[in-house]
Design a protein around this ligand. Structure first.
Ligand code: IPT
Length: 931
């Protein structure tokens, strides 16, 4: 007996049945009905369930309600699941697994009487913008067909089935289908009707499709326009005095070109007797000249990010306001390009890119990464049976999106190895739209692409390729922004700036995909008990899940600045990097001192620096801010800045004290410091305190952990250093000798803590001497203390306001800052080392009344203050596990290992590595009472 699974279309190479030919997403004046809203829903665990629910009179009153657009697992039906590369089902293409969550959706709607045309016809299409992963559709009980291609539109002709009054739409959605093999992107698996569903009225002589060709000749300043259309129509561009131009014919006019910096759009209409479509057209030409990628004759400097669609509550069913927030945040952080990793975004996102100005790499909904584990055996990219699906996906993306000026490259997909089907996609698009070059990272031989692309190339590789490539080169992914980091960003951007054939790169990635969770705050892979998952690898964005910028995004903003500042002895040279300086105002501040405005020509130039008082450490800050409101930020928004030290600080006053240390019964008193008999700190500035402890470890960052430096540190025992207090010498000062070492190892560090009384202060000099060779890098070289929990008001002079590590913190500037201890913590979704403030000259830790301690370094130091020890930070998997202890943990470091991006990409650059060497440093402690 054979078993008939009854759902053969799910295992079919054919991507769809019954759909209309793909066409442009158009804004038409024909009537439309939005079918978003409350639908009825029923979930089955398998696909082969009866389809009687499609009958118009089926009683769905017992079903639950579900909003559409949505992903049903985010409404308590089943659960989300995250894998990066692995398919969460057996790899047996094209067959999906038997366990195949299937969501039946029903929606009744009333068709208004005026929908029926004068001739009685009801020309109408039913349009789906996105359904994951396969939908089978019925209208009024008649089956229309099915489609796959989750992030691509599908349309059915339904006019003949509609009736005035009540109609019933039934949609069966399967989580898994043959299409799932082509959708192995690194993200949550989230089935559902997650984008709009609409009914579009089609008039008797419809204008179904238009293709705008709008180019710009930078040598003449003239634009050329031709609109091709599916039916003859007349084109108008009122602003250019163009009226009644026949589709298919060309016209030229003096125009302002479109660019990301200056996104000039012209309103265009194309009309037949019965339908008008409205378009926003930008004139621009993409070309490749001498291996350089150009837009309007100027090198395209792509300073980009990779964007997945994500919202912590709605997954990929993004509210329009969220799409807009993404574009505004990108613009406000100097991002000028976006790769739509790894599928075409919601069409309105592209409208926003046109309007607000972002260069777009539009990427097809394609990834077969999981075939990697089978050595790419049977990879769909090279299997003839899949060719139709590949072409179908490319066609649906290009036809939908072809009219967007923001799109400058077509991308075939991501991580699908290589093969004839990819080459076929490239040939098809070259024919259909020769105006945009083709991108695909996996074509390493550049056999069918126009630009060479790499992901996570090291700095050295990036330089070498940029130097030797004959065609434009870009990093479609770099600077993996997982957790604390990315480190090494400035060095990448310097390479982009240096090599003309390097068109730039796209940081991986825009936002952490943390799903809001009642206990965990944000969930990641494994939090829904998935048997197979990739943990927090999905938490690797520049925005936290709630769209708060992380320190990484602030660094991106600095690295991508459109202005460069070079300081001379008494002048500053200001140069535009992209565009010109008109639209910017240059403000200066001298601290301590005054403020003012610099007069800088639009083309850039050198201007004199303001005068200042030679009074301690003096810093000049020059800021480029928007002179007037723009569509994406208000006047005064900071675009770029730089600092210059005008005067060095005088070394901290370390007058000798006339008071010598006291030897007491229980130990020693040195000014406001009390030590016990063994030399351990018991009191600091009159308050209970603990320490000092040598600290060589940090709670691993994602880069430390996944890059496996963490394992080196564990093997060295850095996380379990113990310190033996060997001897105390007391005289004019108290010197405490210790040996720090880890159990099971014979490597040790000799430490001397020298406490010296000073006028009004106590100096602590820490002498660190490794006993043997320490050839591996260490995490930090620091001395740690415990202090009362009430000293949680922190003021410092150094870099801030945010965190910095040796290869991050580009956004942190010199100044005086204050924050509470809680505010010093960076809320990485998975806890890890964070919150260090760099180049600190002095810090005060006080209670709410201003009483506490002031710590001054004779050399600048790194500062962290937390309510928990490193061990707790390292053990926590989510932020809810971090529990405040009864005291503060203060760490003062004179070195940190860099952050790098070894979670995916190169580790720390050699210049930011930290090795244990003989070191001495001094800090002064004084009681303080702030007014
Ligand atoms: C690369 C993927 O393209 C991207 O989707 C994401 O998974 C990223 O890695 C890591 O977060 S592929 C990797 C094997 C280089």
């Amino acid at each position: 007996m054979t078993h008939d699974p009854g759902v053969t279309y799910l295992a079919d190479y054919a991507p769809s049945a019954g759909c209309c030919a793909p066409r442009a997403a158009l804004d038409s004046d024909a009537a439309r009905i939005d079918l978003a809203g409350t639908w009825r829903f029923h979930l089955s665990p398998r696909a082969d369930v009866p389809d009687d629910f499609a009958a118009p009179d089926f009683d769905d009153s017992g079903w639950v309600v579900l909003p559409v657009p949505s992903h049903w697992p985010l409404y308590g039906h089943g659960a989300p699941a995250y894998t990066n590369v692995a398919y969460p089902f057996p790899v047996d293409p094209p067959r999906p697994p038997e366990e195949n969550p299937t969501g039946d959706h029903r929606r009744e709607f009333d068709l208004p009487g005026d929908w029926v045309g004068a001739d009685g016809a009801i020309g109408t299409v039913l349009r789906f913008e996105g359904v994951e992963s396969c939908a089978r559709v019925w209208l009024n009980g008649t089956e229309l067909g099915f489609f796959t291609g989750s992030r691509l539109p599908a349309e059915f002709d339904v006019g003949h089935l509609l009736r005035a009054g009540r109609n019933v739409l039934a949609v069966r959605v399967h989580q898994w289908s043959a299409g799932s093999y082509l959708e192995d992107q690194d993200m949550w698996w989230l089935p559902g009707i997650f984008r709009d569903v609409t009914l579009l009225r089609r008039p008797a002589e419809p204008l179904d499709d238009v293709f705008v060709h709008a180019s710009y000749d930078h040598t003449t300043g003239r634009g050329s326009l031709r609109v091709d259309s599916s039916a003859p129509a007349l084109v108008s561009v009122p602003e250019l005095g163009i009226d009644g131009l026949a589709t298919g014919s060309s016209v030229t006019a003096a125009v302002e070109p479109w660019s990301a910096e200056s996104p000039r759009l012209y309103d265009v209409t194309a009309s037949t007797a019965v339908e008008t479509v409205s378009l926003r057209v930008g004139f621009r030409t993409v070309s490749i000249v001498d291996g350089v990628l150009l837009a309007n004759g100027t090198p395209l400097a792509l300073r980009g990010v990779n964007r997945h669609e994500f919202h912590p509550d709605f997954g990929r069913a993004l509210p329009y306001e969220t799409m807009r927030a993404d574009v505004l945040l990108m613009k406000q952080h100097n991002v000028n390009a976006v790769r739509t990793s790894h599928y075409p975004p919601h069409p309105r996102f592209l409208d926003l890119c046109d309007e607000l100005g972002l260069w777009v790499v539009d990427e097809c909904d394609l990834e077969t990464h999981g075939f990697l584990f089978a050595g790419w055996r049977n990879n769909p990219s090279d299997a003839p049976s899949w060719c139709g699906s590949y072409l179908d996906r490319m066609r649906r993306m290009v036809e939908r999106d072809k009219n967007h000026p923001s799109i400058v490259l077509w991308s075939l997909g991501n991580e699908s190895h290589t093969g004839a089907n990819l080459a076929a996609m490239a040939s098809w698009v070259r024919e259909r739209d020769p105006s945009r070059p083709v991108h695909y990272e996996g074509d390493h031989d550049c056999a069918y692409v126009d630009v060479r692309s790499e992901m996570y190339a090291s700095h050295r590789e990036t330089a070498a390729i940029s130097e030797h490539t004959e065609i434009p080169f870009l990093l479609c992914e770099y600077a993996h922004a997982m957790g604390n980091g990315p480190g090494g960003l400035a060095e990448y951007v310097a390479l982009f700036d240096r090599y003309p054939r390097c068109a730039g790169g796209f940081v991986w990635e825009w936002i952490d995909h943390g799903l809001r969770h009642p206990e965990l705050e944000y969930a990641y892979g494994g939090d829904f008990d998935e048997p197979l998952h990739d943990g927090n690898f999905v938490i690797d964005g520049l925005l936290f899940p709630d769209r708060t910028p992380s320190p990484g995004l602030l660094d991106v903003k600095k690295a991508y600045e459109p202005v460069r500042f070079t300081f001379g002895p008494d002048s500053v040279t200001i140069t535009p990097v992209r565009g010109d300086l008109s639209g910017l105002r240059f403000e200066w501040t001298v601290e301590p001192g005054g403020t003012g405005v610099l007069d800088v020509p639009a083309a850039g130039g050198t201007v004199p620096l303001p005068g200042f008082r030679r009074d301690g450490e003096v810093w000049l800050t020059v800021r480029a801010v928007l002179a007037a409101d723009t569509a994406w930020a208000p006047a005064g928004h900071e675009m770029a800045w730089a600092q210059h030290r005008l005067h060095e600080r005088s070394p901290p006053a370390v007058e000798p004290s006339t008071v010598s240390p006291l030897r007491m019964e229980g130990g020693y008193v040195v000014g406001s410091v009390a030590l016990d008999r063994t030399g351990r700190l018991v009191e600091l500035a009159g308050r209970p305190a603990g320490g000092p402890r040598l600290r060589l470890w940090r709670a691993p960052t994602d880069n430390d952990r996944i890059g496996r430096l963490y394992e080196t540190w564990l093997a060295m025992g850095l996380h379990r250093l113990t310190e033996r207090f060997d001897a105390v010498e007391a005289g004019d000062e108290v010197v405490v000798h210790t040996r720090a070492a880890a159990a099971a190892t014979d490597r040790g560090v000799r430490v001397g803590y020298r406490w010296t009384p000073r006028a009004g202060a106590v100096a602590l000099t820490v002498d660190v001497t490794p006993e043997a060779e320490w050839p591996e890098p260490i995490a930090t070289l620091a001395v740690a203390f415990t202090l009362p929990a009430t000293l949680d008001h922190v003021r410092w002079f150094g870099r801030g306001p945010g965190e910095s590590y040796p290869d991050t913190g580009l956004a942190a500037r010199f100044g005086r800052f204050h924050a509470t201890v809680d505010e010093l913590q960076t809320p990485y979704v998975r806890p890890q080392e964070n919150g260090r403030r760099a180049d600190v000259r002095w810090v005060t830790l006080t209670d709410a009344a201003g009483d506490g301690v002031r710590i001054t370094g004779t050399t600048p130091f790194g500062l962290t203050v937390r309510r928990w020890p490193d061990s707790a930070l390292a053990a926590a998997t989510h932020r809810n596990e971090l529990v405040a202890e009864e005291h503060l943990e203060l760490s003062i470091d004179v070195g940190q290992h860099g952050i790098g991006t070894a979670s995916c990409g190169p580790g720390t650059l050699p210049e930011y590595e930290l090795f244990l060497e003989k070191t001495a440093f001094t800090v002064l402690f004084e009681p303080v009472k702030l007014g």
